[in-house]
Ligand binder design. Sequence first.
Ligand SMILES: [Zn+2]
Length: 455
Amino acid sequence: MKYTCWGAARQVTGSMHLLELDSGYKILIDCGIDYEDKDNHEINSKFEFDPSQIDVVLLTHAHIDHSGNIPNLVKQGFSGEIICTEPTAYLLEKLWTDSVNIQNNNRNKRKIPQLYGFKEVKDASEQLLTVKYYQKIELTSLLSFTMHEAGHIIGAASIRLEIRENNTVKVMGFTGDLGNPGSKLIVDPVPMEGLHYLVTETTYGNRYHQEKRSPEEVLMDYVTKTCINQDGRLIIPAFSVGRTQAILFTLKKLFNEGKLPPIRVFADSPLALASSNIHNRFSDYLNEEAQQNKQTDSNLFDFKSLFLVEDKSDVADMEMYRDSCIIVSSAGMLEGGRIQHHISDHVQNPSCTILIAGFCSPGTLGAQLLEGRSTIRIKGKDRYVFATIKQTDVFSAHPDTQGLQDYFEKSNQTKLSKLFFVHGEGASMEDLKHHLEEELREKVIIPERGEVFEL
Ligand SMILES: [Zn+2]
């Protein structure tokens, strides 16, 4: 069989892996949008293979950098099944629709061609087929797969394939994005057994998580300093899927246990609200703490002082609010979304703290704030930065260097033949490789985009 990495090669977005079996059967694992080179539109609009020749798409999780180009694949002739877990399928409907809206916006503002529209989203949705974790699916008499819990976000899967070729069985695993063990709400990643080949994400190949405190301790600290001691507002930029829910779930616990007074919390992101509903609906996919909470409370994210910002009148109510409060809004890196209003309105407010709850790619507005700039340009205006800027990695959705090494060790029980590094920056992959024991280091391959491997 042949393996080709068509995306997330030496970079973190655009995941797309093609597996061509000797029998001619073709499997695409993930089909994401590439965000790295914003001027190269062809990287997303064109495929380097014929979409109509792909037999099946196996999807690890709903994030757009893994799933976002599927409607375009369908537009260009892919007519097979798109297989994923049930929470992923529900999230996709929301994220693909959101992606069309963003593309419409960009097309109007920056004349960027649109990849697909609502029709293709509908067509792609009709090709979705959901499976359960650890359910063995026979795709052909020579090929089967199972989905393993990957952590990361609700419904995320690592995919383990068994391929019969030349009288042997080859076992190949794709991690998708892995979660950070011990995460709020999310289960720990479960390594796949008996692997010969592993294609793994390496997002934090050279980074160690710094925060030693629990999510509760971190939020207690910032809420107390900002909202109680300074009577100010705490603004937390957060991704709509996963991060927002982890923060609301933690705040709910602090309020319900009486550790914080009932400070008003605004959850300002329509996509996050839809995502919260999917977390409630599929709570059996979440970790034990979440499932226990669900037994006594039908809504994991609701509490008395929570105000959901759903329509224009809610926005007006929120803007009138002058007391100290907490605002959780998307997007995480501060690029676009409703968070921009909050930052624009309050970055000059010295009693405001902006708590960046995750990693920000270089060049993003979030990264500019973290660099300590004295002014930023937002919504067409220059603003002084008088707010306090803080960062925490306690809600990180990826394992750090140590977490990745532990995962590889567990995946190497039956001695891997090859370990492919994808979904990471080139330099960080090299660092990670040099951290590994010699026996494993020798197996590492860092593919270029389009490089073909005969396995
Ligand atoms: Zn992801």
